[in-house]
Design a binder for this molecule. Sequence first.
Ligand SMILES: Nc1nc2c(ncn2[C@@H]2O[C@H](COP(=O)(O)OP(=O)(O)O)[C@@H](O)[C@H]2O)c(=O)[nH]1
Ligand SMILES: [Mg+2]
Length: 205
Amino acid sequence: MTRIFNAEFIRSCWQAEQFPRDRLPEVAFVGRSNVGKSLLINSLLQWKGLAKVSRTPGKTRSINFFRVSTADPLVRRFYVVDFPGYGYAKVAKSVRAQWGPIIEQYLRTRSELLGVLLLVDSRGVSPLDRETWEWLRTLGLEPVLVATKIDKLTRSERRGTLTMIREIFDVTGDEAVIPYSSVTHDGREELWRAIRKMFVTHNAS
Ligand SMILES: Nc1nc2c(ncn2[C@@H]2O[C@H](COP(=O)(O)OP(=O)(O)O)[C@@H](O)[C@H]2O)c(=O)[nH]1
Ligand SMILES: [Mg+2]
């Protein structure tokens, strides 16, 4: 179990000038509006109410930075970067257009960015999730897939769902998609393992 020393909200950014300057590594959390991103961040960091669970989807247009310190020497200090959710707009727009230039600039140029977690709802993947996946990969990022709200499925539904998600994103292996529940905290260790791997890969390159 990864012991968290501290997790705190630092700031919401609307402009690149506002991004933190202390050069800590960053892990970005990305997903459709209402996918369960805020609750997952709370669950992962064992910090109830840290990332405010919003009742008005799509309200947050900013990039939010949370500074985390843990007892794990490999993952001593880093930022959790909470992206705006996509897919809430009534008008059909590409994810790229919904996010706007700041996010694109962040994804293209942020040297602190270690990796991206792409959250998808285990009850249904959206074409926008697939579009985001493709776009992130075009940018040279290799997102880690997380299937949220897994507690809403029965044991027997889970296996089929995970197989389906692997097919949609064309990935293989049991570890390609991490099933997660912010209610039971299922998947928390696996998610920490994936984050640790980002640090190892980064340090090695
Ligand atoms: N059962 C269940 N509900 C969840 C889970 N994660 C989020 N939810 C619910 O899904 C809704 C959206 O969650 P939230 O974290 O605000 O999503 P966000 O918009 O992606 O930040 C809320 O009503 C949550 O209670 C989960 O793991 N299990
Ligand atoms: Mg949220």
